[in-house]
Ligand binder design. Structure first.
Ligand SMILES: [Zn+2]
Length: 455
């Protein structure tokens, strides 16, 4: 009996022990006693212009109940912000501002400390503490920025150049902003701290204005307006009546070749597909390739006038805005982004300047399409080729024959579609075929700027 009487007591003690252990394990694993310190998003080093507040995000998975931000100059510390949260919060965004009084005027280095404690009952109900420090370097000086030289004018659809000096110990970004959202990126030029860039005015934009923008790591900004004379140009509007011969011939052929699953579309639907959807994809492919701007420093950029097709007669101009109609009803529209030149069928076409072939393949309405990079974000494009004489990656020399003219893509007669691109923008090929324009807009600007820089 005694033995039997002892057994339940041992069992009960054991069960109580297990029960307490269970509660401890439960509490240990419960969020109430969570053991993770708050996370503080703060960079180890920050350049500060003392104007823009420094954003600091503090997070914790059970909730924050205390946060403190302290700034120290090595001699004294000032508490900038203290937050005691009665209701714990998972996320707190601080915006640290520099105190108006308290530190000497010429202190340049500070240490910012952020402390945060969560609402966990861990650490004998004290919670988990997180702490982050950052070295703050004060930089209130704006980048030095001055324009050394530029083209005199820019024409709608055309290009202009600018050479400038930009200097800052902590430069973060340097670009040219425009009134139409496009940014142009400069290339280092001639000597340290100098840059050159070409900028383009797209035909579809009514007005043009642009500024060089220099921003340092502390957020100080300098801007310099580009002082071009603005020259408007009217581009041709034309209405083209679509003929069955063209719709049933060229358009039907392109669709059955490129997109056979669209065989059941009507002839006008096929035309819209080719002229709108396909064109959009083809232009996106060109944009991608021609947007690349080299970043290696240059000291010279000399181009000869482009003359891609010997005795080529102009059969369509750059910038034409074409409206297509069928049975006198509007169907679709497009912009012609190049100059069409025709000579004898399958004539050899030449690149007039050294470069690298960056694209040589079938490209929808452009047919067999070659693009050559000439540096400084300048590209020449050749469409509707019947055959290639070069391949992607080839380096070409001025005067090399690169392809033969043809009727591939959206071309009726044998011709060359010749395009020029600057940092992804299609521009007037006529300027690049004009020796006087090249000299005034690029060569002379560079030569005069170098004289100033070397002075
Ligand atoms: Zn064309």
């Amino acid at each position: 009996m005694r033995k039997n009487g002892n057994a339940p007591v041992g069992l009960i003690v054991g069960l109580i022990f297990l029960g307490i252990l269970g509660i401890l394990v439960y509490l240990y694993n419960s969020s109430l006693f969570e053991r993770e310190a708050p996370q503080i998003a703060l960079e180890k080093e920050i350049e500060w212009n003392l104007k823009e507040p420094i954003p600091v995000r503090v997070t914790d998975n059970v909730g924050l109940r205390f946060i403190r931000a302290t700034l120290s100059d090595g001699e004294k510390s000032i508490v900038l912000e203290t937050k005691e949260l009665k209701t714990p919060q998972m996320l707190v965004d601080l915006n640290i501002s520099f105190p108006k009084n308290g530190f000497g005027a010429n202190k340049k280095i500070f240490e910012l400390t952020i402390e945060a404690i969560d609402a966990s009952k861990w650490n004998f109900f004290a919670g988990n503490e997180g702490r982050a420090k950052s070295i703050i370097k004060v930089d209130t000086k704006r980048p030095e920025l001055s324009i050394i030289g530029s083209s005199y004018k820019i024409m709608k659809g055309g290009v202009a150049s600018v050479i400038f000096r930009a200097q800052d110990d902590n430069m973060k970004s340097l670009y040219i902003e425009t009134n139409f959202g496009k940014k142009f990126y400069p290339t280092p030029f001639h000597k340290d701290g100098y840059y050159i860039s070409l900028v383009a005015w797209p035909t579809s934009i009514e007005n043009f204005s642009a500024s060089v923008v220099a921003i340092d790591k502390a957020g100080n900004i300098s801007k310099a307006h580009l002082p071009y004379f603005i020259q408007d140009k009217k581009y041709r509007l034309s209405t083209i009546a679509l003929e069955d011969r063209f719709l049933d011939g060229k358009i039907a052929d392109i669709v059955s070749e490129v997109s056979p699953e669209r065989a059941s579309l009507t002839k006008l639907e096929k035309f819209k597909y080719v002229n709108e959807d396909m064109r959009k994809g083809n232009e996106a492919a060109i944009l991608k390739v021609t947007s690349v701007v080299p970043t290696q420093p240059i000291s010279d950029f000399y181009l000869k006038p482009f003359y891609p097709l010997r005795n080529g007669k102009v059969v369509a101009s750059f910038g034409d805005h074409r409206f297509y109609e069928y049975d006198k009803k509007p169907v679709s529209e497009s912009y012609h982004l190049g100059l069409d030149l025709a000579s004898n069928a399958q004539s050899g076409m030449q690149t007039s300047n050294d470069g690298t072939v960056v694209f040589a393949k079938e490209n929808g309405i452009y047919g067999n399409n070659i693009i050559v990079a000439h540096g400084l974000g300048v590209y020449s494009l050749y469409g509707h080729c019947s055959s290639y004489l070069v391949k992607e990656g080839d380096n070409v020399k001025a005067g090399d024959f690169i392809a033969k003219t043809g009727v591939t893509g959206l071309a009726l007669g044998d011709h060359l579609h010749f395009g020029m691109y600057v940092q992804g923008v299609d521009v007037r090929p006529e300027e690049w075929m004009d020796e006087k324009w090249l000299k005034e807009s690029i060569t002379s600007v560079m030569e005069s700027a170098k004289k100033i820089i070397d002075r």
